[in-house]
Design a protein around this ligand. Structure first.
Ligand SMILES: Nc1nc2c(ncn2[C@@H]2O[C@H](COP(=O)(O)OP(=O)(O)OP(=O)(O)O)[C@@H](O)[C@H]2O)c(=O)[nH]1
Ligand SMILES: [Zn+2]
Length: 292
């Protein structure tokens, strides 16, 4: 018996990383009977056959967390990458990612990359907005090797969703942290010759320093229709939630109600204007979904 982590699952096969390398495993029938599906990220006990590195998943150890989209267990945090310039941060997308990460109760870090392109970071509105909101914000430059060690220490020993739009420098950052990391996961799929033409699957990329990065664009869906009521949108905005109990009305949606503390804090610039605008647009979206 060996303990390991499922790093990939394709077509009923689970690839389990152990101290003795990767084993291609099937799940025991008992899981199907109990309607339990092993997930990528699961810590498992396998019964192994060392001759051909195959085995059976015998036991799934208790899950710390479970992401639904994509389906992965034991993810502890989200790192959301934007570039400070070229391309400019897409704040709608950032707030959308944040909402989804908040929903999954992940510890969140926002990375602003390409800071070599920006002279004045002290007055930068993006950094300011998210630091004020209460997020851990770090700034990096792949070009000048700034902040890479800090990011490394954040990733160490965690299973991390690494999200961000195209062109912000995610690959460059990962490459700085561990050259050849992507190549390694390529080797796994070459060896097994499976899943090469299947649809996107979830895969964990192992870091030498300890921990894994989820090899997906992050959240496979940007849908927020899980939010049942317009009143609930505010719970996914850290800083709006923080001030909302000081509004005059309990039911305040912070739109045009009188004596709204949230709106006051936006005016005082303690809540970023763009955050508030995106909040309003998400409220509108939920309203229109629930209208019928
Ligand atoms: N000036 C500057 N350019 C950078 C930095 N990091 C990455 N770039 C450049 O930004 C471009 C995009 O970088 P990638 O690492 O491919 O970005 P990505 O987020 O992985 O993009 P996708 O693969 O499309 O998801 C490349 O031309 C990089 O050289 C940085 O810190 N500073
Ligand atoms: Zn209010």
């Amino acid at each position: 018996m060996l303990e390991g982590t499922i790093v990939k699952g394709i077509g009923g096969f689970y690839y389990v990383k152990t101290l003795d390398g990767i084993y291609e495993c099937r799940a025991r029938g008992v899981f199907r009977e109990k309607n339990i599906t092993p997930l990528v990220g699961d810590k498992v006990i396998i019964r192994e056959k060392t001759t051909d590195k195959t085995g059976y998943v015998e036991e799934i150890l208790e899950r710390k967390t479970q992401l639904h989209r994509p389906p992965v267990s034991n993810v502890t945090q989200a790192v959301i990458v934007m570039s400070i310039k070229n391309p400019n941060p897409n704040l709608w997308l950032l707030d959308r990612f944040l909402l989804l990460a908040e929903k999954e109760n992940l510890y969140i870090t926002i990375v602003f990359n390409k800071i070599d392109l920006e002279e004045d970071l002290k007055t930068n509105i993006f950094i300011d907005t998210y630091a004020k909101a209460g997020y851990r914000v770090i700034t990096t430059s792949c070009k000048k090797s700034i902040g890479v060690e800090e990011l490394k220490s954040i990733l160490k020993d965690n299973i991390t969703v690494f999200a961000g739009p195209s062109g912000v420098g995610k690959s460059s950052l990962i490459n700085k942290i561990q050259p050849g990391l992507e190549l390694k996961t390529g080797e796994i799929s070459d060896k097994t010759k499976r899943g090469k033409h299947t649809t996107r699957h979830v895969e964990l990329m192992e870091l030498d320093i300890g921990g894994y990065i989820l090899d997906t664009p992050g959240f496979s869906s940007l849908n927020i229709d899980f939010i049942q009521n317009v009143e609930d949108v505010q719970y996914y905005f850290k800083e709006i939630k923080k001030y909302s109990h000081m509004c005059r009305f309990n039911s305040c949606l912070h739109i045009n109600e009188p004596e709204c503390e949230v709106k006051r804090q936006v005016e005082e610039e303690n809540i970023g204007k763009t955050r508030y605008e995106n909040y309003l647009s998400f409220v509108d979206e939920i309203k229109s979904i629930r209208r019928y």
